[in-house]
Design a protein around this ligand. Structure first.
Ligand SMILES: Cc1ncc(COP(=O)(O)O)c(C=O)c1O
Length: 388
């Protein structure tokens, strides 16, 4: 089974639109991550921003050490539903955020020394009150870009993410137990190798003073061509050189190629070219298709005109650009037909919204051997509850 191109459940047995996550494919990704942990002793956190389907957390926590959170809400979800270590990072926190994180997080990473000096004492005070311990970290910016798209490159000129070496304040490191960077996006281990070299050149003198260094996310570890041997070598060498614990915090790699968005053809029209309207809305159910942007794969489809019947596939919202792309098929599409978009687990489910009042997709799991299970169905109350 290849989750990039195929699926193994009955697409007519689900109500649409819906996400289906195949726990067998998740298990395959987890095996790869478990092997990286076993070979290196690194710790791996789930980046909740990428995948926060809490009904499968029990499966994920058999391998992963905890979560990284971008907000008090994610941290609370991690504490309540995942367990293990909860790490938090945000570009800035309010005092209220930090107080909330003291109840749920184990590590709070600041984006500036200004935030560290202003809010570090708040952490100390709140933790004393709660009888908890929260360790502090600083995000650094190695100023080494591996990506070419500025909005996905935290090292692009003008980026607000991470402290540059010229602004680094070694005299304020007392009480800081970790350094963190996040600079990659869907990249292979060679990108990490160059990033580590850049980070060492700028910040290497501080690493051995730390308990941990977090290499962030963006490692496409579970992709077929990912160089796992190189990743393991980089981590092991780094830990040996500096005597620190290395963390990775992938989101995408955990759920890569494990999930689907199943849709139904509602109408077939002529609109300069044959067009199918699906019971989904691209800006509401798969916004990254428009934001990244990218062309999702549909099982059984080809590039435009590669197969005999080509259609433009659109959604049911008002947006003129509510279009997934142009696809060709072996046979004409028909009303009621199911179309299955692949690789929709990460960064789709977490980003859904109810623009136009469209319903949120239901969520199913598919367990090999046990079949489909409806996990959650959404309704009017979920739409209304976000408004007032
Ligand atoms: C700080 C941080 N950590 C981890 C991640 C997860 O990245 P990915 O899902 O690409 O592995 C991100 C993604 O933006 C991030 O900003």
């Amino acid at each position: 089974m290849d989750g990039r191109t195929q699926f193994r459940f009955d697409a007519t047995a689900v109500e649409t639109p819906c996400f289906v996550v195949d726990t067998g494919l998740l298990a395959r990704n987890l095996e790869i991550l478990a092997a990286v942990k076993a070979r290196t002793g690194c710790k791996i956190l789930l980046a909740l921003k990428g995948f926060a389907m809490w009904s499968v957390f029990a499966q994920l926590r058999e391998v992963l050490d905890g979560v990284c959170a971008s907000s008090p809400h994610e941290a609370r979800l991690g504490r309540e539903e995942f367990g293990g270590e909860v790490h938090a990072f945000a570009a800035a926190y309010s005092e209220a955020h930090v107080r909330a994180l003291c109840a749920t997080a184990d590590h709070v990473v600041f984006n500036s020394f200004g935030q560290l000096t202003r809010l570090g004492p708040v952490v100390e005070e709140e933790c004393a009150r709660l009888g908890r311990q929260v360790r502090l970290g600083i995000r650094i910016n190695p100023e080494h870009s591996e990506g070419t798209v500025p909005i996905y490159d935290p090292c692009s000129p003008g980026s607000r993410l991470g402290v540059r070496r010229r602004h680094f304040r070694p005299e304020l490191l007392d009480g800081v137990s970790g350094l963190h960077w996040h600079t990659l996006c869907e990249q292979n281990a060679d990108s990490l190798e160059r990033t580590v070299a850049a980070a060492e050149a700028a910040f290497g003198e501080f690493f051995s003073r730390m308990e941990y260094v977090n290499f962030g996310g963006g490692h496409h570890i579970t992709r077929a061509d990912y160089d796992i041997a190189l990743l393991c070598r980089i981590i092991t060498d780094f830990q040996d050189r500096y005597g620190v614990q290395v963390y990775l915090e992938p989101g995408e790699a955990v759920a890569l190629n494990t999930g689907y968005l199943v849709t139904t053809v509602l109408d077939l029209i002529e609109a300069d070219m044959p067009m199918a309207i699906l019971d989904t809305a691209v800006p509401a159910h798969m916004p990254d298709v428009l934001e990244m942007p990218y062309r999702p794969h549909i099982v059984g489809s080809g590039e435009p005109f590669e197969k005999p019947y080509t259609y433009r596939l659109g959604g049911l919202s008002c947006l003129a650009g509510d279009v997934a792309g142009e696809y060709s098929f072996d046979a004409p599409l028909h009303l009621g037909q199911r179309l299955v978009f692949t690789d929709m687990a990460h960064y789709s489910m977490v980003k859904t919204n109810t623009f136009n009042g469209v319903g949120l997709p239901s969520i199913y799991t598919f367990h090999p051997g046990r079949g489909l299970q409806l996990v959650r169905r959404f309704g009017y109350e979920d739409f209304k509850g976000r408004l007032s």
